[in-house]
Design a protein around this ligand. Structure first.
Ligand code: ADP
Length: 372
């Protein structure tokens, strides 16, 4: 059975990668056509963007499941404002809901001012996102909602949809790796990994996951996590907050240490669109040399994996010479342990590849404003 599922998975994964790749390659070449209207071009760009995100989530799922199976996945607890986490997730999915013409809402079980709890924010967000992705995928009409309530010692989350539903005989098996209920000919997309990742994460956090469903009526997934209230401490997490944007020092120079030309071009475009200028280093040694010329109001974007000298070594050298300079890591390593290592190695912050323009702009604003 396990072999059969693995073969089905490999078939499936090839299809799952080729479908978005096909859209990316196809629509990128169409975009070159000179007589496209602005609206059509925008539509093509949206398709390429969505297909790329789809590819990225497949990679994330595969890496996550390998980490779980090799025992490398660890819990990383911090104080988070759970209501803020839900609000951010809600914002992320509103476009998808209105595009699909579905009612979409969320509810919280704690007042905002007492909603700080100790929890693994990344894993919690991943579980909710996986369940919401499924809810949207399997719901054509009606509604999707999510939220949580407080029960003794636990927070009980739910993600409810009015979609196709799941027959009771599949309730256990859908949590197995690679398992998908639907006939492969009625493809909804997906790898069959989402729910097994959810189950592993929820159990790691000390909770349980279960569901109620009726074919044709809809499905509600529930999961619990221990309720550890933490009213005294401020939330630390990395979720977006609507803190005001401070003006930044114009004329700051951003040293971009990046060996790959295309990745450099992307960073340069983003930085220069903010009215800042860039300087390039192609490896860690060049980065150290050029960092000596920087002023305290300047900043460094440092790729981690570079030839001759990597980003960790370069950062250690630069920090010993210029302790005040802010350095932001740009990294394709996305495991919690990698992020921890980065934050302990002298970097002020990090951005994961592929770089999200809005995130990078926000970080640059934050550090350039505070280095003034
Ligand atoms: P994927 O969605 O990538 O196929 P999952 O592990 O997330 O993998 O889900 C496994 C299967 O469970 C899905 O293929 C689908 O058959 C079923 N399923 C999950 N969520 C829902 C839902 N909300 N409504 C109907 N079926 C669902």
């Amino acid at each position: 059975e396990s072999d059969r599922l693995k073969t089905a998975f490999l078939h499936n994964i090839s299809h799952e990668i080729r479908t978005p790749m096909n859209a990316i390659v196809g629509f990128t070449s169409l975009m070159n056509s000179p007589d496209l209207s602005e609206e059509t071009r925008k539509q093509y760009i949206d398709i390429v963007y969505q297909s790329s995100s789809q590819l990225l989530s497949i990679i994330t799922d595969i890496v996550d499941i390998s980490n779980i199976e090799s025992g490398h996945s660890r819990i990383n607890i911090s104080n988070i404002s759970i209501n803020k986490v839900l609000k951010n997730i809600f914002k992320q999915y509103t476009y998808r809901a209105s595009y699909a013409n579905l009612n979409f809402k969320y509810s919280t079980g704690l007042e905002d001012n007492i909603s700080v709890i100790a929890c693994d924010e990344t894993k919690l967000m991943q579980v909710l996102s996986n369940l919401l992705d499924n809810a949207f995928k399997f719901t054509k009409y009606g509604s999707v909602e999510f939220g949580y309530s407080v029960v003794p010692c636990f927070l009980e989350f739910y993600v409810k949809d009015s979609g196709i539903g799941i027959p009771i005989e599949f309730f256990d098996r859908i949590f197995d790796r690679f398992y998908q209920v639907e006939d492969p000919s009625v493809r909804h997309g997906g790898t069959g990994l989402g729910l097994s990742i959810c189950k592993a994460y929820v159990e790691q956090m000390g909770g349980k996951i279960w569901l109620e469903s009726k074919p044709g009526e809809g499905t509600t997934f529930y999961f619990s996590v221990p309720y550890i209230p933490n009213p005294d401490e401020l939330p630390r997490g990395t979720t977006e907050d609507e803190s005001e944007v401070k003006p930044i020092t114009s004329g700051s120079i951003i040293l971009v240490a990046e060996d790959d030309d295309i990745n450099y071009l992307l960073l340069k475009e983003i930085v220069e669109s903010m009215g800042l200028s860039t300087m390039r280093a192609r490896n860690g040694v060049e980065a150290v040399d050029k960092a000596i010329q920087l002023r305290e109001t300047d900043l460094i974007l440092m790729d981690i994996k570079m030839p001759i000298m990597d980003g960790f070594e370069a950062t250690a050298k630069i920090k010993s010479l210029r302790p005040v300079i802010k350095i932001i890591a740009i990294t394709a390593y996305t495991q919690d342990s990698d992020k921890e290592k980065i934050m302990l190695s002298g970097f002020s912050d990090y951005v994961s590849k592929p770089v999200d323009r809005n995130k990078l702009v926000k970080l640059l604003m934050k550090y350039l404003a505070t280095t003034k």
